[in-house]
Each structure stands twice: as C-alpha cells, then as structure tokens.
Design a protein around this ligand. Structure first.
Ligand code: ZN
Length: 357
C-alpha cells in the first residue's frame, strides 16, 4: 500500500499546485505582464501644442493617468460576488499600474459609485471606505476625482446634499484648477457652475470631465474598445448620454481646450470638434462594463501632449485560465482513479496467485 500512498500524495500535491497556481496567476500575477507592455508616450511626436509654444523632447512632461467609470457597486443592486470580483480587479489593476508606471497625477472621470445617487449615508460611507482602500496612493501621486451622474444623479435628480457630500469627500469643487509643471488641468463639473470669469487664457488647458461633448452617436468611433457595432449607431440624447449642444459649444468657445477627456459611455472614441478641439472618450475601468477595460497614459507639457492607451487583462482570459485549471483537475482525478483501480486489480490478481500456490 506504500505505492498507493505515495501516488496519492503526488496527486494531492499536483492538485494543490494547479489550484493555487491558477488562483495566484489570475488574481495577482496577470496584471504585471499586461501592464508592463504599457509605457509613457514620448513627447517628441507630441500634438496639440498651445499657440506660440513648441513641444520639444527636452520639455519636462507631466505623467497623467486617466481612467473612468469605476462604478463601485452599492448595497441595493450589487451582488456580493460581482462586487468582490470587479473591485478586486480594479484594485489590483490600479495598484499594479501605480507601482510600474508611477504617474504623477491620476484623473478618475466620474461614476465612481454605482448607487451614489440614492445611497443612504451609511452605505455611502461604506462605498467611500472601499474606494479609498482600492485607490490608495502615495503622496507622490495626486488623485483627482470627478463627479458623474451615478454619484449624485442626473440633472433632474441631483440635489445640494448629494453634491456637497461628494465634493467634501473628494475635494471636487466645480471651480478647481489643477496645475502641474506649468500644465493646467481644468476639471469640468457642471455647465451651470462655470462662469465666464473662470476662463483666463486662450487654449487654456486640458479638460477632464464626465460627460462627452455633444456628438450625434458613436458611429465614427473605431478601435478594439469602441462601442459594439449594434450600439454604435444609436443616437445620443442631450443631457443624458452627452452634454447639450449649447453647453458643448459654450465650453469649447470659453476654454478652447487643448484636449477634452471624457467618460460616461464606457467605450473608447476619438472625436475632433469644430476641426480643432480633440476629445478622447475613456472606456470604463471595470470588467463589469466591458471585457477589455483600459486607461489612458498622457505625457503632457505646456507645449504639447502625447497619449497612449493601456489595456488591462481581459475577463474572458481569466475565466479561460480558471476553466483550463478546472479541466486539469478533473483529468488528474480521473487519471488517479484509473491508476488506483489498475493497481488494486493487480494486487488482487497477485493475491489470488499467491493463495493458489
Ligand atoms: Zn455616467
């Protein structure tokens, strides 16, 4: 029976190795090779320089990371397993990106929470606590959080209380301007809060915001993270899917932004407004909203900027690895059972011969 025992031990060790190996790879290791493929774009091929300045390779650039629509699930509509999976995915992706890429500033373009628009104070505090744990960062990195419709509600359902509690936690004042190495970032929060006097210079700044500027649909969007073909031609509704035409024009005329970065649609897109104002829609950072989340890496100087996109591991890959590991386990168990059965038959056969002698 010693041979049986040692065989069982080997199989048990293999089973444990497969289970822990798959778990460690899918929940921790996979983020490293994926994010290691990403790099800060060089400014030598920069675009979008402000008038009168030239973006050169020697100009110091701000390393800005931009992500959107994290949608931390709430207490009412969120299933605990969904919450566990997707929040862990975002936490690992964010922490790995911080460690490998060391951004100086990170923008999260709103819809931080799924149920901020109706959550009770207790649930709100729980959501905020989880957010701070997931998106923890050192003092070398500045985190700028914008408000989205899921955080305080659409224009017709938001109120002063919800706005205040969001702004208090995230220091997300509607008139805030963030300046790094001479580059101005002007988070755009609500059209009705912007006064003409807030705008100081022509071609003033980079404008991160939650809602995209007005566009008819995503029909012209391309790339692997554009909206699915069946959704691309759906017409956008003003003030729901995109800003109104009026607010969009006002923003462009007042700010003359070098670049607008927006979220909300959960899909990627690049748009050029009035043939001179570029906008990049940043897809959702969560597996809950898409299989291939991503974030933007921006090297930005007063004279120019350059962008690249960094894709996170796909959820289907992780599911595939777990399914393969499960199949390996079954095969191992099957092989072990057959081997045990064979060994038993051999033993009985030998025992029978011994008795007959
Ligand atoms: Zn939104």
């Amino acid at each position: 029976m010693t041979q049986l025992d040692s065989g069982s031990s080997v199989v048990a060790a293999l089973l444990i190795a497969v289970v822990f190996g798959a778990f460690f790879f899918c929940e921790y290791l996979i983020y490293f090779p994926t994010i290691l493929k990403c790099a800060w774009p060089k400014l030598s091929h920069a675009r979008g320089g402000a008038e009168g300045t030239g973006g050169g390779p020697t100009e110091p650039a701000v390393r800005a990371m931009v992500l959107s629509d994290t949608h931390l699930l709430g207490a009412v509509g969120g299933h605990w397993f969904d919450k566990l999976r997707r929040e862990w995915q975002m936490e690992r992706a964010f922490q790995t990106a911080l460690w490998l890429l060391k951004p100086e500033i990170v923008f999260i373009l709103g819809d931080i929470f799924d149920e901020g628009k109706w959550s009770s104070q207790k649930h709100w505090e729980d959501d905020v606590r989880r957010f701070h744990r997931m998106f923890r960062h050192s003092t070398d990195t500045e985190l700028v959080v914008l408000v989205g419709n899921h955080d305080i509600g659409f224009h017709y359902e938001m109120d002063w209380f919800k706005l205040q509690r969001f702004e208090k936690v995230f220091n997300a004042s509607s008139t805030r301007i963030v300046t790094k190495k001479g580059v101005n970032f002007r988070p755009f929060v609500r059209s009705r809060c912007v006064k003409r006097t807030d705008v100081t210079t022509p071609a003033c700044c980079f404008v991160p915001q939650h809602y995209p500027l007005y566009r008819v649909s995503d029909a012209s969007c391309t790339g692997q993270d554009a909206a699915p073909p069946e959704e691309r031609h759906l017409l956008f509704r003003e003030k729901y899917d995109v800003l109104s035409k009026e607010a969009s024009q006002r923003l462009l005329q007042w700010f003359k932004p070098r670049l607008v970065l927006s979220g909300h649609t959960h899909s990627g897109c690049e748009v050029l407004h009035d043939k001179r104002y570029p906008e990049v829609s940043v897809p959702s950072f969560s597996w809950r909203n898409r299989n291939n989340p991503s974030f933007i890496l921006a090297s930005v100087s007063p004279g120019g900027y350059s962008l690249s996109k960094c894709f996170l591991p796909e959820e289907s890959t992780v599911i595939g690895v777990y399914c393969s590991a499960g199949a390996c386990l079954l095969l191992l168990l099957l092989a072990h059972c057959l081997w045990m059965k064979g060994l038993l038959q051999l033993s009985l056969c030998l025992l029978g011969k011994h008795k007959s002698l």
